[in-house]
Design a protein around this ligand. Sequence first.
Ligand code: HAM
Length: 475
Amino acid sequence: MKLKSPVGTRDIVAPESWIWAKVIAEFSRNCGNAGYDWLLTPIFEDTQVFQRAVGGSTDIVQKEMYDFQDKSGRNFSLRPEETASVVRSFIEHRPAVLPWKVHYWGPMFRYERPQAGRYRQFYQLGIEALGVEDPSIDVEVISILWDFLVELGITSMTLRINSLGDALCRENYLESLHNFLLTKQTSLCDAHRDRISENPQRVLDCKTQQCIEATRGAPEHYLFLCDPCRDHFEAVKEQLGAMGIPFVHDPRLVRGLDYYTRTTFEISSGILEGAQNALGGGGRYDGLVEEMGGPPTPAIGFSIGLERLVSALGFDSASKVTLTYSEKIPQIFVVDLAQRGPANLLFRELRRNNMRVMCEYGRRSAKAQFRSADRSQASIAIIVGQEEADRQCVVVRPLKHKEILLPLIESYGKSNEDANMQGLKASDQIPGFQLQSGQAEIGIDKVVGLLNSVLLPALPTSRVANSTSVIGIGT
Ligand code: HAM
């Protein structure tokens, strides 16, 4: 049997994996600056954590969870999202100082029908802020999401916001929506025709043309908001406007999880495919901590889908996340003609000095090693010959960009001669520096200095064409 990754999952291989690394690092930096510490939670939890938080009537809990029993018969689930785990963690640790602000990234699992932009194992980046009711934290959270996407260079995006009210004012709304849907029952899609009573809001979230048509003219939540909820929503809109963050109020935005109250929001990309175009979303969940056994604690957060974000970056010509030559391609290739001893030490020295370095294995001939060096696209070869090694020297040979590197090596040699003439102490000089036929011999203890201070900074930092794309997956 040919072994493959499970349906709906995929390997993230280089160079795309390097883009992921950059995006994650950038996200962590942004969140850290705003006071959101990094939180790691287990990727599986007691099934009840998700049943209670995400909601029994949601598709996620009803159809999409990866549930299993461990060897002692306990029921666990792979996490379908992170907010529930963050709340569980908050209740368990009872942080003394509020707000408790955290960020996270990692894999989530939902048994969905796989297609481009929708996976069974996918990754999210997200933040959660627990302990603040003030609308300014809604604006902080939304602006962190917006600014991060803008900073990455995503241009074609729309921020939609809505308010779902609180537990009290929602009741009146749900009753009115329910009555409206009963009049449209026969026009709804198969999945929702008989499920109106279970959770009428879910119907507004349905992407089928039938439900979209049938729910035109449905009562709008905004008209049912109580005064405190309306004031909260108005304050959020006003502060977002004052910050210059463009948004539209979308009264149909309900989102697919049951825990939301008041502010909800979603950012979609104009360049991703229709149904899977949500880059990220979130909202308030003011009742959830208490529902899960903690003290009453207002809270808000968002999550971004990393696969979708990286896809959007690949399509967006304004994307700022591309790889530079030095990130994707080795800078230096060590050619070893002296059978490992000195080459091992040199390789270690170069990588410890932050250079991207490669070599060949298996005692191959000089010709074979140079062929590999050319294929690797490294700019510079460092040749460790036995005779030079005996004299504590190596040879530096530019493989690419010779027109830039050779004059630099030459003037480095000259400045050494000058230093020599000025009688500098021996340790400042380059022993045996010789430039001949496109390469230079240099003391092994001076090679890092020559590379780091002279040659590598001079290499063009041209960008490697962004090779990320939506990668199709089987069903
Ligand atoms: P969500 O809308 O279910 O919200 O997921 C957030 C993002 O994860 C989506 O906008 C999408 O980009 C990505 N995503 C979801 N499912 C998949 C999938 N099957 N394949 C690929 N990407 C996917 C939440 O998960 C909430 N926890 C957000 C939140 C945080 N609310 C408050 N705090």
